[in-house]
Design a protein around this ligand. Sequence first.
Ligand code: FAD
Length: 487
Amino acid sequence: ISALPVSIMPVQPMPESSLLSPLVDIVGPRNALTDPADMAPYLREWRDLYQGETPLVLRPGTREEVSAILAHADRTGLKIVPQGGNTGLVGGQIPNDSAREIVLSLGRLNRIREVDAQGYTMTVEAGCTLQAIHDAADEVERLFPLTLGSQGSCQIGGNIATNAGGTAVLAYGNTRDLVLGLEVVLPDGRVVEGLRGLRKDNTGYDLKQLFIGSEGTLGVITAAVLKLYPRPRAQDVAFVGLASPGDALELFTRARARAGAMLTGFELMPRVGLEFSVRHLTGARDPLQAPSPWYVLMELSSGTEGEDGENPTRTLMETILGEAYEAGLVEDAALAESVAQAAAFWHLRHGMSEVQREEGGSIKHDVSVPVASVPAFLSEAIAAVEKMVPDCRPVPFGHMGDGNIHFNVSQPVGADKAAFLARWDEMNELVHGIVLKFGGSISAEHGIGRLKRDLLGEVKSPVEMDLMRRIKAAFDPNNTLNPGRVL
Ligand code: FAD
């Protein structure tokens, strides 16, 4: 079925209540939501781009319940949509609007099973929020580096299912690089018992990597063994004003050459994005005296404290910025003088996704290009969208150190939101064309979901598409999990 174009997929009938009642028995009536008001938060995502219908939201509390649910669904033709914190940005976690898909919410599987400070691992259930994992690591002076603006709500199962990126990829890699083992329930109810914390294990195909980034289409992740790192002992954050993305690239090149692995964050923001953040985030203010067209948030971290009271990251940060200033790359810079100030700088950056909602319609592109091409890509893409919609407000921001830019475009001030958003596909096509010209990717870190499914065939070769369909068919022959997502 998954190989068929959506338009000719057989229409599924509404599930009958006799098919649903065994599911209610598995989790108990309190954890089988049917009341529209109780189900509502599971049926829409925060930007209102996706809104769905379902006859049932299931909230299992054990892996055995997940297994029983999937086995029943697979046997009877029911369709299941796994959901974590519902912060995904490509619509994969929202059921479609035909009321034929059942939501499987993993939030009750939220135990931290084990923290092994000596072995630098943590075993967690899928429904733990990313913030809870950070806090548990911090308690034993360890670091779990995955860092996202949504970390108070998103869950590790969702992070793994989407191979989330975030602001620490530069130093620690994507989620894929942070997972040692997985426990996964297959669509037919069988369990892959892979909770191994080994650093080295070359025993055949690394199956866990197939589940990571599969967006809930191959199995339901119920638990994971995560990699921990030493908690940095010194850290410095600078907020830097610059004239252009070209200067930001030069600063990045110099900072990386000087700081090596100590460079743990390098985020780009345009002036308009900072203005949005200052306008809409409570207590936010511009860290610099005079405006600059572009900003970089740069973070250095060190695992060791300096000697004689010297702070190794502060000394290095001052050297990098001093040299960049001399070279005319930096217009102004502020160094955080406290942990609270560093958090305030990061808040400006992390809040940049949500504040765009306050400025009307926003057309999104989560794209990547080779790092060295970021300035040329930005200049071409900004010119193209401004030609297409005069007075639109491009807000390209994000993980410059990874070449990953959230090329978002806000509507012109006072324009009709619906009319602007009606041009979503047209603008996507324009921007994606430029991305591909630079050898980039049309989905850097948010995944494919429903939003980009129909574009996948345009960017993957027929051989790659064939292999992906075969993998889906091998793991989920009845198309039980997340039908119509990714493929
Ligand atoms: P959900 O949204 O609930 O689900 C996402 C997908 O995973 C769906 O396809 C769902 O079916 C599947 N899924 C969820 N749980 C499971 C499971 N246990 N087993 C199998 N499949 C499952 N993303 C980044 O990569 N980098 C960022 O910097 C970033 N910043 C963000 C900032 C904000 C303000 C917001 C709102 C989102 C941001 N995101 C970012 C996107 C989002 O937070 C991530 O994709 C996150 O990993 C999703 O986790 P979740 O628990 O909310 O998953």
